[in-house]
Design a protein around this ligand. Structure first.
Ligand code: FAD
Length: 388
């Protein structure tokens, strides 16, 4: 947290090592992302491979995993990295989340030893890019109804279907693909040069523009059984990967919100109207005070969940839902309010606020929409399933 925004001295709850990791991530975000990200956003491009190699050298890819070239850091350290990267741009944090928490985690948790040796060291180094294909054009919030099929053909498998909105897909070397087979949902580590696999870049996004997003088609993709993730059994396998990735979002969203508030605070103390700084008006101070409260509460929530996870090894899905629902909802509210403080400049790409606000629209939707997290929490509270 940037000191003036840390009203409660939450930073004092971090260890020296955690502060060092945060400083390193802040430096890489400042040096490698911030100077370029407005241009990437405007152009709708991002140098995924260059960034991945840079992040790989620093141990940021799959950093909370152990072995196979992964850094084995704590959950809190990983969260702080997500916070600093997303303070620069949600798209860049998405690159790291999808690589580490979705694609690498799926292989690390459910893969064979051969699959781990084949993919993980290169992915940790940023030499190989991974993606995670669960969502389909007609099946988003309800992946249990997925239409992509895996059928056995002798010793091989044949995949047919398609995946939509898949981060990193157009540049990926390996795609973790979830499909329905006779025995239920199964997962595969699919080399993207396999005949029948194609990934098309999704254009015209108004959000997360500094991120590569693709639509995957699977047309008779033949794979040996050794490509199947042997430990993944049923839908709970991909859902457990989502729980992993949602943890990073809980922290990341607060990074985007912090960046907006930092900019708005600076603007409010320097921009004058009616002969005085706009930060001197009570209505502006009310906005700033309310946003600072939510930022601190969100940071505390992220830190609490991180400490809980470091102590217990895992969070329950509803605990992650509390964090994702609250922090993304508050982050988007902070970004929109900061936008108002910047007036006309608030809509300009010269400032990061509108970019963050637009990015957070995607963050609100992916990894479970707000409504889905409300239903997870509601089911835990009542014991009643209101999903269908
Ligand atoms: C930029 C971006 C990147 C993404 N990256 C990935 C990725 O890497 N891999 C991947 O697999 N997916 C990815 N996604 C997909 C994302 O996870 C889905 O968009 C999300 O799960 C929602 O699915 P949907 O878009 O089909 O919306 P739908 O499921 O059709 O939902 C539409 C609306 O209906 C509401 N709704 C649905 N069901 C209920 C219900 N039971 N009760 C109340 N309301 C309900 C939703 O909350 C939402 O408001 C990405 C999406 C975006 C935008």
């Amino acid at each position: 947290m940037v000191a003036p925004l840390d009203l409660l001295d939450v930073d004092t709850l971090l260890s020296d090592e955690e502060r060092d990791i945060r400083a390193l991530c802040r430096r890489v975000a400042d040096d490698r992302v911030r100077p370029h990200v407005a241009g990437w956003y405007e152009d709708g491009t991002v140098p995924v491979r260059e960034l991945a190699q840079e992040f790989g050298k620093l141990g940021l890819l799959g950093m909370h995993l152990t072995g196979y070239g992964c850094a084995g850091s704590s959950a809190v350290a990983y969260g702080l990295a997500c916070m600093e990267l997303e303070a620069a741009d949600s798209g860049v944090r998405s690159l790291v989340s999808v690589q580490g928490s979705l694609a690498m985690y799926a292989i690390w948790r459910f893969g064979s030893e051969d699959q781990k040796q084949r993919w993980l060291p290169g992915m940790a180094a940023g030499e190989l890019i991974g993606c995670f294909g669960l969502t389909e054009p007609d099946h988003g919030s309800d992946p249990a109804t997925m239409a992509t099929r895996a059928r056995r053909d002798g010793g091989d498998w044949i995949l047919d279907g398609g995946k939509m909105w898949i981060t990193n897909a157009p540049v990926a070397d390996v795609a973790v693909i979830w499909a329905r087979a006779e025995e239920g949902v199964v997962g595969f580590a699919v080399p993207t040069d396999t005949p029948g696999f194609a990934a098309r870049e999704i254009k015209h996004k108004m959000s997360l523009r500094a991120s590569s997003t693709g639509e995957i088609t699977l047309d008779g993709v033949r794979l040996p059984d050794s490509a199947r993730l042997p430990e993944a059994r049923g839908l709970k396998a991909p859902l457990s990967c989502l729980t992993e990735a949602r943890f990073g979002i809980i922290w990341g969203a607060m990074g985007a919100a912090r960046d907006c508030l930092t900019v708005a605070l600076d603007y409010a103390t320097t921009r004058e109207q009616f002969g005085r700084p706009i930060g001197g008006f009570q209505l502006t101070q009310a906005k700033l005070a309310d946003m600072a409260l939510e930022l601190q509460k969100g940071y505390l929530l992220a830190l609490h969940l991180g400490r809980l996870r470091d102590a217990s090894g895992a969070l329950r899905p509803e605990q992650v839902s509390v964090g994702k629902l609250n922090n993304v909802r508050e982050a988007i509210a902070i970004a929109r309010t900061c936008r108002t403080i910047l007036g006309g400049n608030g809509i300009s790409g010269e400032y990061p606020v509108m970019r963050h606000a637009n990015n957070l629209e995607s963050v609100l939707t992916y990894e479970g929409t707000s409504e889905i997290h409300q239903l997870v929490i509601g089911q835990k509270l009542t014991g009643l399933n209101a999903f269908a």
